[in-house]
Design a binder for this molecule. Structure first.
Ligand code: ATR
Length: 290
């Protein structure tokens, strides 16, 4: 528990989703509020899919200052907001809402969070050739972010090919400068990649890898959005092959930092936020940024 005193002026923030009991966001944001001596608190608001519209009305009616939105509401909240940033519109998902005196503005900080986490790898996203594993909501957000940032090629490989095809079909016209394609695993093996990104859940619950890195002609950098376990089998392979890599903790941290700034206008204290995440991570179930 933090030692801030709460009073009649305390601003309330939170995370809405289902389930949210294991969310690491309360620890991360309360640490930031404490550090900057901001009179605010961040809590978890469990809400089922049927409750989405009433949950949003609750945010307005109770004058909640801001919320993060997580699974399964990220797309469902869009119609209920007063404004949605162009990026969140493009992704079709909102993970952060700010209450501007009753006017609810939604944005997506997952994209920026992921791109910022890549900075530690020194990969140059503009002109990069990127292989993306998976075609769910996380892949969708990352595809938009990476294509928007100027990747020259993004090939998507997914267990269910049709899902990858739909994703490509939806975005091909929006990103004419990026070579967007559905790819079989064998095709990925045969090409050189600046960055390989795993957005699947493979490796989270069991020690298995979505691909065998040894089979690839060339992978320069690797990102796995799983952060528990901290080192998946895929990341272990990367280490063996001396491929610089990151797990999903940076994405989690920096999406939180960007949300914090969106709400408060202040630079986020990422050091204490990271410490708070790391200290709570031990007790949390296997999970990934999504
Ligand atoms: P999110 O929206 O959080 O990204 P999701 O929509 O559940 O999550 O997507 C999970 C991803 O992991 C999908 O790409 C899924 O592949 P399918 O589209 O074929 O379901 C992938 N995935 C999950 N389990 C998998 C497995 N055992 N092998 C390969 N891919 C798997």
């Amino acid at each position: 528990m933090n030692s801030r005193s709460l009073d009649g002026r305390t601003r309330v923030y939170g995370v809405v989703g289902h389930p949210v009991a294991h969310s690491l966001s309360p620890a991360m944001h309360n640490a930031a509020f404490s550090e900057l001596e901001i009179n605010a608190i961040y809590v978890a608001f469990p809400s089922t899919p049927e409750q989405v519209s009433r949950m949003i009305e609750g945010v307005r009616a109770m004058n909640v200052s801001g919320v993060n939105v997580t699974v399964p509401h990220k797309s469902a909240v869009l119609p209920f907001l007063d404004e949605v940033t162009p990026l969140a519109q493009k992704v079709g998902a909102v993970n952060t809402i700010r209450n501007d005196q009753g006017r609810l503005v939604g944005t997506n900080t997952d994209v920026g969070g992921f791109l910022r986490s890549l900075e530690s790898l020194e990969v140059q996203v503009p002109q990069a050739r990127i292989a993306l594993l998976g075609a769910g909501g996380s892949a969708r957000a990352l595809l938009v972010g990476l294509a928007d940032a100027g990747a020259s090629r993004i090939w998507i490989c997914n267990r269910t090919t049709e899902r990858a095809r739909q994703l490509i079909h939806e975005f091909q016209e929006q990103f004419p400068g990026t070579d967007l394609q559905v790819a079989e695993l064998e095709a990925l093996h045969a090409e050189p990649w600046d960055l390989l990104v795993n957005t699947t859940t493979v490796g989270m619950e069991h020690p298995e890898s979505p691909v065998d890195l040894h089979a690839f002609q060339e992978v320069r950098y690797l990102a796995d959005i799983i952060y528990k376990p901290a080192q998946t089998l895929l990341l272990q392979q990367a280490e063996q092959l001396r491929i610089p890599s990151i797990n999903g903790l940076g994405m989690l941290l920096y999406q939180g930092a960007e949300a914090f700034t969106f709400w408060t206008g202040l630079k986020a204290p990422t050091g204490v936020m990271r410490d708070a995440l790391l200290s709570r991570l031990q007790d949390s179930p296997p999970t990934r940024s999504r």
